[in-house]
Design a protein around this ligand. Structure first.
Ligand code: AP5
Length: 191
């Protein structure tokens, strides 16, 4: 089993690149953002709770997202590997993921971390907010709150994986295809 984390701040291109990576490498894409938006659209109790945090640009509590990922892993016993997008986002989430993957004897092969300037992130998200209908994209204050959450709580997750020599920094600016090529080069070195 080959497991990857695609890491980076909001708007760095994780979702865009995940689509292409899962098509090329046959990995199961697990995006906690997508899973949470699906819960919201179905108006489940979990979705209603999560929406309060997401609308403010704040992280949803760890136990909620860890539970979702645990179920998703159990639901896909035949996956040849997972591509984690937007998870883990705190040190506790990273430790929980390690435990879950240890049970499957399938550790993380690499964390690919997309680097994008804050100016470019805000530009991309405001542009998407014009059409996406995502409530956390159409307000610059909420976008900035998401970036602050990333800096305060999520950036340290890269330090966690650095101690195991798993982090690969990848320039996340340029065309979608250029960035995809950079990611594939790094993955192919490790596959
Ligand atoms: P989530 O859905 O994970 O969103 P995010 O991390 O804020 O990231 P985005 O999806 O906005 O950006 P992305 O990096 O995927 O970039 P994308 O490819 O979409 O999380 C949303 C919320 O859910 C969080 O704020 C939190 O509340 C909650 N949540 C989720 N996971 C959680 C967790 N683990 N713990 C706690 N809470 C959690 O691209 C963005 C835009 O840029 C698109 O319009 C795209 O077309 C464009 N773009 C992409 N690449 C390029 C390029 N190369 N050039 C120009 N434009 C580009």
């Amino acid at each position: 089993m080959f497991n990857l984390i695609l890491f980076g701040p909001p708007g760095s291109g994780k979702g865009t690149q995940s689509e292409k990576l899962m098509a090329k490498y046959g990995l199961k894409h697990l995006s906690t953002g997508d899973l949470l938006r699906s819960e919201i659209s179905r108006q489940t109790p979990l979705g209603k709770e999560a929406q309060n945090f997401m609308d403010k640009g704040l992280l949803v509590p760890d136990e909620v997202v860890i539970g979702m990922i645990s179920s998703a892993l159990d639901d896909n016993p035949d996956a040849k590997g997972f591509l984690f997008d937007g998870f883990p986002r705190t040190s506790d989430q990273a430790k929980a993921l390690d435990k879950l993957l240890k049970l499957k004897e399938a550790p993380i092969a690499a964390m690919l971390a997309l680097e994008v300037s804050e100016e470019e992130l805000i530009k991309r998200l405001l542009k998407r907010g014009e059409t996406s209908g995502r409530s956390d994209d159409d307000n610059e204050n909420v976008i900035r709150a998401r970036i602050v959450e990333y800096r305060d709580k999520t950036a340290v997750v890269a330090d966690y994986y650095k101690q195991f020599d798993k982090v690969v920094m990848v320039k996340g600016e340029g065309t979608v295809d250029e960035i995809f090529e950079r990611l594939c080069t790094e993955i192919d070195k490790r596959a």
